[in-house]
Design a protein around this ligand. Structure first.
Ligand code: COA
Length: 392
């Protein structure tokens, strides 16, 4: 088996997917992805587009503007027709699945240089857009209990997660994101893309739109719960509807050495597990448990963790069940630069985005740690986990 190393990882900022307020409301998802296709070659001048042997991009919904978006954005950017690509869809883990597939292709020796990532614009291609659910599936599960918000309410109930703990977690996530933004920690990963402020002014979007300047637990507790009457999950405890893209350059270690490229981390291991779709958010429990079983590692071996915050309830359920960190915030390893509650969650982008952020967090804040872990849940009950290892 060959080794697969991470050469570079970039992303756009995440903007609200909102017709009037979203900073990317006038930017198509293929254009955010195209900006990254351009930037990755500018940042890595030794790599020419013709050298890429495959391009895997995840999106949770491949309809409309996101139809075969890996290829359509590549061709629209004017890049070589000869480079093969795949647009990959398994809901929220799509961008991580794309990266796992790319890494595995390198490790088997089939290819040496790959691009992988994810993209989503939940305003232009809304959740469930053009979906036609199987009547037999609708018999097995009522469509209402498959809705993301309903699964988040169920996770809070089954795992007994209190509103106060979720609010503390959401505030802490926001504080971490603000700290990371204000100390320039995201500067290495965010590629500025032209967008529009709420008032219509054009500007270069280089920070995540959803990060709040302050949070007020009392006001958060008073917010309505849109998913269930007298429920517990509000907009403050949910990842917002978001738009954004992320992209990574992966390479066999041999090829990176041959080209004289620097790297610090390699793809070590990845797992996927299915679980009950009516409580899809706890999927990381099964994916990470399997990863630990297969690798013989334990939570103590992992120095830094990115766990996608689809909702506060499922995030806390996963952290607690897997004993990844303290049972409540502040966390030492998990999402210290904030998570999706503050940064947003453009569905199929997030699996790639959290890997990009994991690489930067490891390098900047956990330089002596050997292992980093990224994991996320997905609609219909699909979860992924990826382990990275420091090699230099
Ligand atoms: C929760 C949800 C329904 C809310 O949608 P919405 O009602 O259209 O509301 P928006 O997200 O546009 O805005 C919510 C409002 O709450 C406010 N809000 C959010 N967090 C807040 C906080 N901590 N304190 C105060 N206000 C807050 C926002 O500022 C916004 O108000 P504004 O437009 O005046 O700025 C939607 O974000 C959602 O469905 N999220 C989950 C997405 C999902 O399922 N993803 C997949 C997961 S697997």
């Amino acid at each position: 088996m060959k080794e697969c190393v991470f050469i570079d990882g970039i992303r756009t900022a995440n903007a609200r997917a909102h017709k009037e307020k979203g900073w990317f409301r006038n930017v198509r998802p293929d254009e955010t992805l195209s900006a990254l296709y351009t930037a990755i070659f500018e940042r890595n001048p030794k790599i020419k587009p013709e050298m890429i042997e495959g391009l895997f991009i995840g999106a949770a919904n491949l309809s409309g503007m996101q139809n075969d978006i890996a290829r359509s954005a590549w061709l629209a950017t004017g890049l070589p027709e000869s480079i093969p690509s795949q647009s990959i869809c398994n809901q929220c883990p799509s961008g991580m699945s794309a990266t796992m597939d790319a890494a595995r292709a390198i490790m088997t020796g089939e290819v040496d240089i790959m691009l992988s990532g994810g993209v989503e614009d939940m305003e232009k291609v809304p959740m469930g857009y053009a979906m036609d659910m199987s009547p037999r599936l609708a018999k097995r599960y009522s469509p209402g209990e498959l809705a993301m918000g309903a699964t988040a309410e169920k996770a809070a109930e089954v795992y007994n997660i209190s509103v106060d703990d979720m609010i503390a977690f959401a505030c802490w996530s926001n504080e971490g994101a603000k700290m990371a933004r204000d100390t320039g920690r995201f500067a290495k990963e965010i590629i500025p893309v032209k967008g529009h402020k709420e008032d219509g002014t054009e500007f270069m979007v280089n920070t995540d739109q959803w990060i709040r300047e302050s949070t007020d637990p009392v006001a958060m507790k008073a917010m309505k719960t849109p998913f269930k009457a007298n429920g517990v999950i509000s907009a403050a405890l949910s990842s917002p509807l978001t738009a954004g893209a992320a992209l990574m350059l992966l390479m066999s270690r041999d090829k990176a050495d041959e080209l004289g490229l620097s790297y610090t981390y390699k793809y070590k291991f990845g797992t996927q597990m299915g679980n009950d779709p009516t409580i899809m958010g706890i999927g990381p429990i099964f994916a990470v448990r399997r990863l630990f079983e297969k690798t013989g590692l334990t939570p103590d071996d992992i120095g830094c963790i990115e766990l996608n915050e689809a909702f506060a309830s499922q995030s806390l359920a996963c952290v607690r069940d897997l004993k990844l960190d303290n049972p409540n915030v502040p966390f030492k390893k998990v999402n210290t630069w904030g998570g999706a509650l503050a940064l947003g969650h453009p569905l199929g982008e997030s699996g790639a985005r959290i890997l990009v952020t994991l690489l930067n967090r490891m390098k900047m804040d956990y330089p002596n740690e050997k292992y980093g872990l990224a994991t996320l849940c997905g609609g219909f009950g699909n979860a992924n986990a990826v382990l990275i290892e420091k090699v230099k």
